[in-house]
Write a protein that binds this ligand. Structure first.
Ligand SMILES: [Cu+2]
Length: 136
């Protein structure tokens, strides 16, 4: 085999590899694109507290407190909060409740039913509330 042919084969392999890379990225869109992060801060807030997503997208709540900090929850369950008017879910959806999310931990939920979700952190519902609008 001549040196030219060998170089040609190497080039073809490089082109194939690059094509595969660009193609596979479009076949498997990066997960981060569909996961929205909401921080749970030491200031007892959800940041951002209003998020708009589409059906099938996932919201991940992250407790950014250091070790020894407070636990938070994410709940749409009216039985988990003092004031049931602080939470609501659209018709056809099921309520969810994270339970305690300790410092450094997270909780995620994938929204399948469109509509407005109003949620709260049960221990801090006075200041810690948020909304997720899920578009079809
Ligand atoms: Cu909290």
């Amino acid at each position: 085999m001549s040196a030219n042919l060998r170089r040609c084969g190497w080039l073809a392999m490089m082109v194939a590899a690059m094509l595969w890379l660009t193609h596979s990225r479009s076949l498997f869109p990066q997960e981060s694109a569909s996961i929205i992060v909401v921080r749970m801060t030491d200031g007892m807030k959800f940041v951002p507290d209003r998020v708009t997503i589409h059906v099938g997208q996932t919201v991940k709540w992250v407790n950014e407190a250091e070790d020894g900090g407070v636990a938070h929850t994410v709940t749409t369950n009216p039985e988990k909060v003092l004031d049931p008017n602080h939470v609501s879910i659209p018709d056809g959806a099921q309520s969810f409740d994270s339970g305690n999310i300790n410092p450094g931990r997270s909780y995620q939920y994938t929204f399948r039913v469109p509509g407005l979700y109003r949620y709260a952190c049960a221990p801090h519902e006075g200041t810690m509330r948020g909304e997720i609008t899920v578009e079809p």
